[in-house]
Design a protein around this ligand. Structure first.
Ligand code: HEM
Length: 406
């Protein structure tokens, strides 16, 4: 059956940016697999939980964007190999090789050893905020926290943090700045170019001055063991840097808004801090930072829910919709920090399951836990309807600013 595409003007509206969940509910009920037009690229959206999990492990859906077909051109545009030809955009066995090289560094035991450092970063950021009585929580806390942690791990010098953050924020907020689509594209390309040059130089610097950090270990894997090419060294560093702070920052922002707009749940959490780990999972299910998994490509004509997805189509798995599927979660639109454990797909599923899951959980637990403890009386600085958000069609769900008072 061929389906009529949902035009971008119907789905990616301002209402969707503010609250996409009613639209996801309609899609799950009426068009669980459907073609969708977007200002970025057209794709087939899969919105039910069971289909989403199946799709994330379906070998007919490839992540190899840089292989035959050159699908990256539609998704990232030309000259994107320097940053994006990494494990997330590859299939086994390439993916297995690239992931194995860094997976040790993200093993739960290694990450646990970072706990004191993460707590120290959280406290330093909050020491600056507490006396002020109000702040932009994205700029002053949610974004710098994971950025500082991943920079420590990778070995990005402190003196470079500001410009690296400037470039990654141009990429993250693409489409939201007050400029024409052409100027926006040019700004993103410029930021990517500068980031690529910066990371290439940083890698050379680590080669000249060996360092006991993750980029140092990657340089070793390249030079001594020949496991990584020069390009893969840079693309892997970029992926870890970007994935390592962007999603966590948006998650902390979304989770804070969810708690502040559900005071009964916030009260429960404040009264029983031992609920924090399960609350983090529920907050991720409720309003995650990666609404749609990164693009997959149909390598043959495939059928989901009686709909033919033609070979060569881009397929998006709508994680945030699947995580609200009533077939899988009781009363899915209710935030319930005491919800019985119900596996969500906020960290993905299958071989591309989030590599940084232990780090993300730890940052969220220490970050949110300390924030709530040290800022009693935390409240939104503007009505929720006035929060400035990333555009509806952004690959990320998050806030441009989060004004709060305390
Ligand atoms: C992959 C979510 C934090 C590194 C993924 C995927 C999801 C995800 C859904 C799978 C994407 C797909 O299949 O298309 C999140 C969320 C986070 C978070 C919600 C925070 C709350 C982190 C952190 C790191 C990280 C802190 C640290 C470096 C990665 C990497 C991949 C990945 C490297 C690619 C894995 C692969 O291709 O095998 N993440 N992530 N993430 N994540 Fe995370």
């Amino acid at each position: 059956m061929t389906e009529r595409p949902v035009p971008a003007s119907e789905l990616y509206t301002d209402e969707f940016a503010a609250d996409p969940y009613p639209s996801y509910a309609r899609l799950r009920a009426d068009r669980p697999v459907c073609p969708v037009s977007s200002p970025r690229f057209d794709s087939y959206l899969i919105s039910r939980f069971d289909d989403a999990r199946t799709a994330l492990t379906d070998p007919r859906l490839s992540k190899d964007l840089y292989g035959p077909g050159q699908h990256y051109l539609r998704i990232f545009g030309p000259n994107s190999e320097g940053l994006n030809k990494n494990m997330l955009n590859s299939d086994p066995p390439e993916h297995t090789r690239l992931r194995r090289i860094v997976s040790q560094a993200f093993a739960p035991r290694r990450i646990e050893a970072l706990r004191p450092r993460v707590a120290e970063i959280v406290d330093t950021l909050l020491d600056r905020i507490v006396p002020r009585g109000g702040c932009d929580l994205m700029r002053d806390f949610a974004i710098p926290l994971p950025m500082l942690v991943i920079s420590d791990l990778l070995g990005i010098p402190e003196s470079d943090h500001e410009r690296v953050l400037d470039w990654t924020q141009v990429i993250r907020t693409s489409g939201s700045a007050n400029r024409s689509p052409e100027k926006d594209r040019a700004a993103v390309q410029e930021a990517q170019l500068r980031l690529h040059q910066y990371l290439t130089d940083l890698v050379q610097d680590k080669r000249a001055h060996p360092a006991d950090d993750l980029i140092g270990a990657l340089v070793d894997a390249c030079d001594r063991d020949g496991e990584l090419s020069e390009q893969e060294l840079v693309t892997t560093t970029f992926l870890l840097l970007f994935a390592g702070h962007q999603t966590t920052a948006d998650f902390i922002g979304n989770a804070t808004v969810a708690l502040l707009t559900h005071p009964d749940q916030l009260e429960l959490l404040l009264a029983s801090p031992e609920l924090l780990p399960s609350a983090i999972e529920e907050l991720l299910r409720f309003d995650g930072p990666l609404p749609v998994a990164s693009p997959r490509i149909a390598t043959e004509d495939i059928e989901y829910q009686g709909v033919c997805i033609p070979r060569g189509s881009v397929v998006g798995v709508a994680i945030n919709s699947a995580n609200r599927d009533p077939e899988h979660f009781a009363d899915p639109d209710r935030l319930d920090v005491r919800r019985e454990r119900a596996p969500h797909i906020g960290f993905g599923y299958g071989v591309h399951y989030c590599l940084g899951v232990s780090l993300a959980r730890m940052e969220a637990q220490i970050g949110l836990g300390t924030l709530l403890r040290r800022l009693p009386g935390l409240r939104l600085g503007v009505p929720v309807a006035e929060l400035r958000r990333l555009p509806a069609a952004s690959p990320f769900r998050g806030l441009l600013e989060l004004p709060v008072r305390f």
